[in-house]
Design a protein around this ligand. Sequence first.
Ligand SMILES: *[C@@H]1O[C@H](CO)[C@@H](O)[C@H](O)[C@H]1NC(C)=O
Length: 214
Amino acid sequence: MKVLTSLVVLVSAVKAHYWKNVRQWTGYQSNGPVTSVSSLDIRCNVGASTKSVSTIDVAAGSTLGFTAKSSISHPGPLLVYLAKVPEGKTAANWDGSGNVWFKIYEIGPKFGGSLSWPAMGQTNINFKIPSATPSGEYLVRVESIALHSASGANGAQFYISCGQINVTGGGSGKPTDLVAFPGAYKSSDPGIMLNIYYPVPTSYAMPGPAVWSG
Ligand SMILES: *[C@@H]1O[C@H](CO)[C@@H](O)[C@H](O)[C@H]1NC(C)=O
């Protein structure tokens, strides 16, 4: 398994000492959240759509790991998206614009009594690159959405980082449900503006499109 080393600061104040495959964003030292789903910051975090790092090879069908500098400390879902770098661009110089992002992984809540969020407390998030993913360079967008104060507009907090990968040995799948960031979410989406505590929800609508499984 490849791990995107020294990655993301998903939550709480931490200093990342080096960033190898994940784009450093402005303000990573304080690690404040993005709160506007309509700002460019919702794509790869503040200033990071035009940052670059090194790109790692990942075989289609293999597991990729993403490590946060400290564990995810807030309740909410975890989502992972890919976007294929267009002709004439590389992962290192592409900004991730357009209807290009498809979801490959998500961790939602568990129900019963109160909601629980299995992504909470995790430092390492592992997910599979679908075998059908075509070979080529991609941006990987990992997102932790904190919902502890999400009952009002713009109360949800988005902790996002983008990595750069080169999928090798890929398939001939055609990813579906492509979305743009910004664009994929509305601040009023039922999975983004909600009270997760009372009354205790008995269902939850994951933000964004369905997972493409290849
Ligand atoms: C991506 O992988 C292919 C196949 O191994 C290789 O030819 C290409 O140089 C790689 N690209 C990058 C940017 O690493």
